[in-house]
Design a protein around this ligand. Structure first.
Ligand code: PGA
Length: 249
């Protein structure tokens, strides 16, 4: 039985001061949740959030990592830096990073390997555009993204990874995928993992849905057999996030 994992992706929101205030609001509300709870926060919020969530059931995540250990890469943050700061999860290959910051399936793969090397759990994002969905190539596209992302990743490593299926047309648009659409692709991803590795790995890996998840659609989405939780953007920035985390209450 896979444990659900519900992660907030704060994106470029929350100053350090605001980040602590949001933690204080959410801490009591998410306490006792059945699911794993993760806050993926901007780099500058990592240290204050780590302090603010001490002793709670909230885990700390970053939104990006670079694939080199150190050196002349102005503006980047390395896996050993994140590890030292107490980061447990890192979002890799979000569609916004692919679109605005030129991330490719190859850099996603390198970042995935680097995070795993340092014992940080990757939340690897994949997803199709509206055009690709209309062209009927959604599953082909996502299988390609997954196959490249997992190059040189062992089965034991893959079991620890979290995959987030986020249709680009559903992100920040209020246009959530139907439960059938979300389940179809998450099931397709699990099948792809079984092909790359084996059934045991496919049954262990956790697959989230992301894209306009909110307090009213979370329960139905997370009840699907292949959806193991959510990656939540806009709705993770307010008290209501606790209703998503406690979707089954
Ligand atoms: P959204 O974002 O919940 O605001 O649609 C999800 C994401 O991009 O992770």
């Amino acid at each position: 039985m896979r444990k659900k994992i519900i992660a907030g992706n704060w994106k470029m929101n929350m100053t350090p001061t605001e980040s602590v205030a949001l933690c204080e609001t959410l801490k009591p509300l998410v306490a006792g949740a059945d699911a794993d709870v993760v806050f993926c926060v901007p780099a500058i919020d990592i240290i204050p959030v780590k302090e603010a969530i001490k002793g709670t059931n909230i885990s700390l995540g970053a939104e990006n990592v670079y694939f080199e250990d150190k050196g002349a890469f102005t503006g980047e943050i390395s896996a050993p830096m994140l590890k030292d700061a107490g980061v447990e999860y890192v979002v890799i290959g979000h569609s916004e990073r692919r679109e605005y910051f030129a991330e490719t399936d190859e850099t996603v793969n390198k970042k995935l390997l680097k995070a795993l090397e340092y014992g940080i759990i990757p939340i690897v994002c994949c997803g199709e555009s509206l055009t690709q969905r209309e062209q009927g190539i959604t599953l082909d596209w996502i299988r390609m993204q997954i196959k490249i992302a997992f190059q040189n990743v062992t089965a034991d490593q893959a079991k620890t990874v979290v995959i987030a299926y986020e249709p680009i047309w559903a992100i920040g648009t209020g246009k959530v995928a139907t439960t059938e659409q979300a389940e179809e692709v998450c099931g397709g991803i699990r099948k792809c993992i079984a092909e790359i590795y084996d059934e045991a790995t496919a049954e262990t890996i956790r697959i989230q849905y992301g894209g306009s998840v909110n307090a009213s659609n979370a329960a139905e989405l997370f009840a699907q057999p292949d959806i193991d939780g959510g990656l939540v953007g806009g709705a993770s920035l307010k008290a209501d996030f606790s209703k998503i985390v406690k979707y089954n209450a």
